[in-house]
Design a binder for this molecule. Structure first.
Ligand SMILES: NC(=O)c1ccc[n+]([C@@H]2O[C@H](COP(=O)([O-])OP(=O)(O)OC[C@H]3O[C@@H](n4cnc5c(N)ncnc54)[C@H](OP(=O)(O)O)[C@@H]3O)[C@@H](O)[C@H]2O)c1
Length: 127
């Protein structure tokens, strides 16, 4: 069974920087984000430069079943996650009561619900 580090929000910012560090330390990676084009570019770059295996999953963590789908796809590929980096997330600015509800709902889904579901799904296998 192949071991890997799973990082959500790996296409930019802190998640991408963490992915680079784990890649340089020769960890195989499972990278999750929405932007599939950017994920493919990162996969090609890391596999060529760090000689590791990089699996990419284009998922929107605002979707209700995202965490379950990620866990299922990782398990089907016989990958064992021994480090989970729940990095993906976003914030908002402005007056709370004027903010767009759909955006606030997605923020809760990405920053809290999917994060908790991913942790609940992967931790038993780690233990
Ligand atoms: N930077 C800061 O000062 C700061 C401060 C406090 C907390 N944080 C938290 O630290 C984390 C990283 O911050 P950052 O500044 O590096 O953020 P960032 O540059 O905006 O990057 C966010 C990453 O999350 C992914 N992402 C966003 N929404 C997603 C969704 N619905 N489904 C899947 N992936 C999604 C984005 O990729 P795609 O667009 O490809 O999906 C991107 O890879 C976030 O959780 C942020 O809230 C950051």
């Amino acid at each position: 069974m192949e071991k890997a580090v799973l990082i959500t929000g790996a296409t930019g910012g802190i998640g991408y920087e963490l992915a680079k560090i784990f890649a340089a330390e020769k960890n195989n990676l499972v990278l999750v984000a929405r932007n599939s084009k950017r994920l493919k570019e990162i996969k090609e770059h890391f596999e060529a430069n760090y000689h590791i295996r990089v699996h990419i999953l284009s998922k929107d963590l605002a979707e209700k079943d995202a965490a379950a789908n990620i866990y299922r796809e990782v398990t089907l590929q016989n990958i064992k996650i021994d480090i989970l980096v729940n990095n993906a997330g976003f914030g908002d600015f402005g007056e709370f009561f004027k903010a767009d509800w759909q955006n606030q709902y997605e923020m809760i889904q990405v920053n809290i619900v999917s994060l908790m579901q991913l942790t609940r799904l992967f931790v038993p296998d780690m233990i």
